[in-house]
Design a protein around this ligand. Sequence first.
Ligand SMILES: Nc1ncnc2c1ncn2[C@@H]1O[C@H](COP(=O)(O)OP(=O)(O)O)[C@@H](O)[C@H]1O
Ligand SMILES: [Mg+2]
Length: 339
Amino acid sequence: MTVRPVSPKALDGEEKLEQSLRPATFGEYVGQEKIVENVKVYAQAARRRGEALDHVLLSGPPGLGKTSMAHILARELGVALHVTSGPALVKKGDLAGLLTALAPRDILFIDEIHRLAPAVEEALYPAMEDFRFDVVLGAGIGAQTMEMKLERFTLIGATTRTGLLAAPLRDRFPIQERLDYYAAAELEEIARRAAAKLALPTEAAGLGNLAARARGTPRIAIRLLQRARDFAEVEGDGTLTREIVDRTLTRLGVDEKGLDAMDRRILAAILDTFGGGPVGIDAVAAAVGEEGGTIEDVYEPFLVREGYLARTPRGRTALPAAYAHLGRSRPRGGQGELL
Ligand SMILES: Nc1ncnc2c1ncn2[C@@H]1O[C@H](COP(=O)(O)OP(=O)(O)O)[C@@H](O)[C@H]1O
Ligand SMILES: [Mg+2]
């Protein structure tokens, strides 16, 4: 698999560095003000009452700070954070092991909670609601259910796809917050702080250049910063300047709007091969040599959000911004004109 510099998901081996750059307190957590203000109040109230925080569901695209927020909440509450993920909980027993290990008020963090196996999800309901876990002993007619009492704990679920969450699960989270993409100024601040932690000298124009191309996503801003740091140290004088960022992103194939080669290939195919659309996702997939599902999940969200592409019932249609960005003139009276 090729490494995609603007992937919002963590690449292999990135976990460790991310942890060292992760904001440790709400004071270091940039942006998402409304959410931060709310959860701070909930955490403070729970702490004063000596109770576990209510269960929290954090949703939003990858790389926007869901895991970071869970870590900060644990720290704020002075409790331990136990981390797992939907796909890691294969059997009911995997969940039982985690739940019974929780101390009072601890946080269980389940990443990608939309990917829980049905049996595990079902076992989670009584745990969330009544802090109990039902164990079935034996099988068939002689089977008996034994109730295990759990400590009162907080479940923090994170998901990139709220739509895939079953309503009974979603409804069991009294606190639900949706994280949104970051403004360029916020990404600039995140990059500035990360650079300081890395002891990397920066120029404001360099940080601004980088933030504008990070697709609204802190994880991408931090990754681009690391690559720019390499270029600054090897090919520059060690400072992150506008020119160094330009050079880095050119080498990575990321253009001034944050699009990479595949993003541009998708737009070019729709414009040049399919007359601007509407065209079905499978036809686009065949034209660019990428899987339809991957295009939908990984590439399209950014292109749609930035107004290059529209998803219509009849297929994908290129919008005026796509023509402008790729330097194509729009056909008179064509789809691009109508939309
Ligand atoms: N609000 C923020 N302020 C500062 N850094 C952030 C923020 N959100 C995310 N980051 C940075 O981006 C990286 C990815 O964030 P993470 O919490 O792992 O995202 P998610 O869990 O939503 O995929 C973190 O390591 C952190 O350094
Ligand atoms: Mg995460």
